[in-house]
Ligand binder design. Structure first.
Ligand code: ASP
Length: 593
């Protein structure tokens, strides 16, 4: 194997007909090789593409012999001349008009039998891919994702730089930053018994930047949240985090729209129109059952509570009498809605807590048929009129509390959109959701929780209700939704110490706890805090949606599994007793508390 080698003159995707006659040196990985009538052909690959290189035993018997012994993913350099492929042009390759007639080869590194193929013959499960992530990352498809990730990050940096934002780093070893998740903790060696928390976001630090007078800050930053991992979460993830001083909601939203426009342009070459539509949180819940609706398709929720008061149907009457609602979704005809499909949907709903799935169809003649038809026949005409339901349509009803009805009908809506194939491809629906409640009441814990985080400012005109009716107070918050996925969230912040203290106490944070956790913020608010606000967007999620990837794991170079394990390094790992001693830590047996 060669140790010294010649410097390459070109990348593997660069040579064209215009280079015919040139002496070149290429370097890369063996993508594939084959023998043809005494000649050996190798497709040599790097991240720019493939070049076919040809070994002719009559010209260099030794090199030809070496080529015959190559395996996929061996690393080689070849010296040779660019020749035209004549009638053997391969129109599928950018370099398809030429090939390189090899005069010399150096093998730089050998590849053992592969756990999976890196070329087009790739077929590996996720476990293997993540264990051998360096091989998975070598594949064109994966490389494209990370190149798009770079393009997006670069677009963000350039955009904010052009708007006079500055990037400042914030600490990783810090105190708890409340975003509502569990903290990752790091024990302190020099202060036995004390722990740092890894930041769930740079929230407080960026607010302090505004108080410090930086005016505009933006950072692409890693955040850590120790949540039980659902399919679309990672314990460490990357945010674009920004903050601006002397601004109102509209200023921040407008700034973000400019950034999103730039991202779409640079990553996909698409011009997205601005400003993005806005919708109140309540309207979103009423119409779609969720505060991050996918507006690419209809199937909106409709309220039939009033009509249903007239029918003698216990399943509807009882929830209505208890103060609940009956809402429904009308699905246009569609042979796709077979009994099997609707039974499957009913099972799914029971799985997430619904009592069942009352449905009916509008049959020929405009009568209801099947399902709960017999209970609803007396109001059939009224229902169809109000809903605009026609012969062949299926109506899915849901009775219950407003919150439950929203949850279940949202589930139905999303499933129906797939079953009925209603989601247009290549459409990007951006939507601002605004006017969130400042806090939500948690029945189980009998206390209020912040809808966003405790630093979010209430509407000025609602300040009086903080003491009397906190549940009615609206927040100066905004979420950006793309095709039904929350892509960014932020708010105008509280910049008056008294208001911040009031919000803390409403959230059940005692003055002592507030002092212990946020004294530096409360202090800072006393020393000349300008009005300010900002937002953060999940960079991983942007890359996932724009690259058409299915999971966040695909767009993070070294991701964790759903059990928060890194399959490549096997982190987290155990540590020695000596390390624990140094930290004054002792372990309890697993499974004990
Ligand atoms: N810190 C918030 C988050 O990480 C975003 C913000 O309010 O700017 O979700």
């Amino acid at each position: 194997m060669a140790i010294t080698y010649n410097k390459r003159t070109h990348r593997c995707g660069e040579l064209r007909a215009a280079n015919v006659g040139e002496d070149v040196i290429l370097a890369g990985w063996v993508n594939s090789s084959r023998d043809h009538g005494g000649l050996t052909f190798v497709d040599l690959r790097d991240h720019t593409g493939l070049t076919q290189v040809r070994f002719n035993p009559d010209q260099n018997a030794e090199a030809h012999e070496v080529a015959r012994g190559l395996h996929n993913e061996d690393v080689i350099t070849v010296t040779g001349k660019v020749v035209s492929r004549g009638e053997w042009v391969n129109p599928r390759l950018d370099t398809g008009e030429i090939e390189v007639e090899v005069s010399g080869i150096d093998v730089l590194s050998r590849c053992d039998p592969l756990p999976f193929q890196v070329n087009d013959e790739f077929d590996a499960g996720e476990d293997q891919r993540l264990k051998y992530r360096f091989l998975d990352l070598r594949r064109n498809e994966t490389q494209d994702i990370f190149r798009m990730r770079h393009t997006i990050a670069h677009a963000i940096r350039e955009y904010f730089n052009s708007q006079n934002f500055i990037e400042i780093e914030t600490p990783f070893l810090t105190k708890s930053t409340p975003e509502g998740a569990r903290d990752y903790l790091v024990p302190s060696r020099v202060r036995p018994g004390a722990f740092y928390a890894l930041p769930q976001s740079p929230q407080i630090f960026k607010q302090l930047f505004m108080i410090a007078g930086f005016d505009r800050y933006a950072q692409i930053v890693r955040c850590f949240r120790d949540e039980d991992l659902r399919a679309d979460r990672q314990p460490e993830f990357t945010q674009l985090d920004m903050e601006m001083a002397f601004v109102q909601r509209d200023d921040v939203m407008e700034m973000v729209e400019g950034c999103v426009k730039r991202i779409f342009k640079d990553a996909l070459g698409i011009d997205v129109p601005t400003p993005f539509p806005r919708m109140g949180e309540h309207e979103a819940m009423e119409r779609f059952g969720i505060d991050r609706p996918d507006t690419r398709y209809g199937l909106e929720l409709q309220d039939v509570t009033e009509i249903m008061r007239e029918v003698d149907f216990k399943v509807f009457r009882e929830p209505i009498e208890a103060g609940g609602v009956v809402k429904c979704i009308v699905a246009k005809g569609g042979d796709a809605l077979t009994r099997k499909v609707t039974d499957g949907l009913a099972d799914e709903l029971r799985g997430i807590g619904a009592g069942g799935l009352p449905l009916t169809k509008v049959a020929d003649g405009g009568e209801f048929a099947t399902g709960v038809a017999k209970f609803l026949q007396p109001v059939c005409k009224k229902v169809c009129e109000q809903l605009g339901a026609e012969v062949g349509d299926t109506i899915f009803f849901m009775p219950g509390t407003f919150a439950d009805v929203c949850k279940y009908l949202n589930h139905i809506r999303v499933r129906l959109a797939t079953v009925l194939d209603l989601i247009p491809k290549d459409r990007w629906d951006l939507l601002w959701v605004v006017d969130f409640p400042l806090v939500v009441w948690d029945e189980e814990e009998q206390r209020y929780f912040s809808t966003h985080h405790p630093f979010t400012a209430p509407f000025d005109e609602h300040l009086g209700m903080l003491d009397t009716d906190p549940g009615k107070v609206k927040a100066k918050a905004y979420d950006l939704v793309l095709n039904g996925t929350e892509m960014a969230g932020g708010s105008i912040r509280i910049h008056q110490q008294e208001v911040q203290q009031k919000v803390f106490s409403m959230l059940g944070i005692s003055p002592e706890e507030a002092k212990e956790k946020f004294e530096f913020l409360l202090d800072a608010l006393r020393f000349g805090a300008p009005p300010h606000g900002g937002i953060a967007f999940g960079l991983d999620r942007w890359v996932m949606l724009l690259s058409g990837s299915e999971s966040l794991r695909d767009v993070i170079a070294y991701p964790k599994t759903q059990r928060a394990v890194c399959p490549l390094t096997q982190a987290p790992g155990t540590v020695s007793k000596a390390q624990l001693d140094e930290l004054y830590l002792a372990l309890k047996p697993a499974g004990t508390k």
